[in-house]
Design a protein around this ligand. Structure first.
Ligand code: NAD
Length: 343
């Protein structure tokens, strides 16, 4: 007889999913966590090394778009909750190969929900992004995304995430699947793949290498420490209302240039490392979340202040050099060189 819940976490070998798994194992020791991950370039089993020693944790290399493999897991594990972090997540890659994003992000979501309908489930939670709302102008600082903001995606990545969100709402309405959706702003923290802004800049600054900033660096992102995001997802999947969308964000807006300068300042490196590169096509200007609903309904508030979070993140990268240096020495390096052309 099992006491706790069985929770399938997809994409758990990636950045946010792995942080979520560590939070769940620490805070819900009666629950069993089954991680499904395809281990794409972004997934790294080393990240789950400590979790793999925990008897409440099990890893399975599964592509969420592979129907037979997914159904087999549901049959064997009889999950109570499914939380879907698995996705192709890098905007620049989506511009190069949109089809890959449709398969993982849209078809994958559909297959997971079909399995939920077939085998029964207490909750299916979809981890989404504020990027589904498109962007906000830079000169209207009082505008924020709410859960009612229309979907208006800009990149193939955000369009694939928006498509998945629509599918999740449709499965709720059509089949009565007990779903919830969260849309979070940009995350940072440990295990962040070094192609994303903050870890990229930390690793470049540590190596005294040029730090590529898109355009003039004025684009604004709303940064949230990854653990704060994970706590929010945990609350929503357990206590959030069925069929609802919750925005997650910490009112922590910074321009890309401010973020890069904060990192340089923390590391005592010169601003001359900043190199402006050709802007990303369709680059979203500003994202900013209004998180009132999750505060009012579930009492969630972010705990980590940005400066402290950046300091901790830098320390983590300093203490886990092998983790990111191994990644940087592989396939990724040639991708990096190709992607950033000097302006
Ligand atoms: P990530 O790229 O670090 O990790 C994604 C993981 O999913 C990897 O381990 C990868 O191997 C796995 N994966 C990809 N395709 C798969 C497939 N078909 N089947 C099984 N596994 C597959 O991404 P992340 O930054 O941790 O993002 C996780 C989720 O959170 C995504 O859905 C993303 O859209 C969402 N999100 C991210 C942010 C952010 O700032 N990083 C913000 C809001 C929402």
């Amino acid at each position: 007889v099992k006491n706790g819940l069985t929770i399938i976490v997809t994409g758990g070998a990636g950045f946010i999913g792995s942080n979520f798994i560590y939070l769940e194992l620490a805070e819900h020791p009666d629950d069993r966590i089954i991680c499904l991950d395809k281990l794409t370039y972004a997934g790294n089993l080393l990240t789950l090394e400590e979790a793999l020693e925990n008897p409440n944790f099990h890893f399975s290399k599964v592509d969420i778009a592979d129907r037979d493999a997914v159904y087999r897991v549901f049959e064997e594990e009889e999950p109570d909750i499914v939380v879907n972090f698995a996705a192709e997540s890098h905007v620049d890659r989506s511009i190069e190969d949109p089809g890959l994003f449709l398969r993982a992000n849209v078809i994958g979501t559909g297959v997971l929900m079909d399995a939920c309908c077939q085998y029964g489930i207490k909750r299916y939670h979809q981890v989404s992004t504020d990027e589904v709302y498109g962007d906000l102008p830079l000169d209207q600082p009082d505008m924020f995304f709410t859960e009612e903001t229309p979907l208006h995606a800009s990149s193939p990545y955000s369009a694939s995430k928006a498509s998945a969100d629509l599918l999740v709402s449709a499965y709720h309405r059509t089949y009565g699947l007990p779903v919830s959706i969260s849309r979070c702003s940009n995350n940072y923290g440990p295990y962040h793949f070094p192609e994303k802004l903050i870890p990229l800049m930390i690793s470049r600054a540590l190596g005294n290498q040029p730090m590529p900033v898109y355009g003039n660096g004025a684009n604004i992102r709303d940064w949230l420490y990854v653990k704060d995001h994970c706590r929010a997802v945990d609350l929503i999947m357990r206590k959030g209302r069925e069929g609802e969308v919750y925005n997650i964000g910490g009112h922590n807006e910074r321009s890309n240039l401010e973020v890069v300068k904060t990192i340089l300042h923390e590391l005592g490196k010169p601003e001359s490392l900043i190199t402006y590169v050709e802007d990303r096509p369709g680059h979203d200007r500003r994202y900013a979340i209004n998180p009132t609903k999750i505060y009012d309904e579930l009492g969630w508030l972010p705990e980590m202040k940005f400066e402290e979070g950046i300091r901790r993140t830098i320390n983590w990268y300093l203490e886990h050099r092998k983790w990111w240096e191994d990644i940087l020495s592989g396939e990724y390096t040639s991708y990096f060189e190709k992607s950033y052309r000097r302006r």
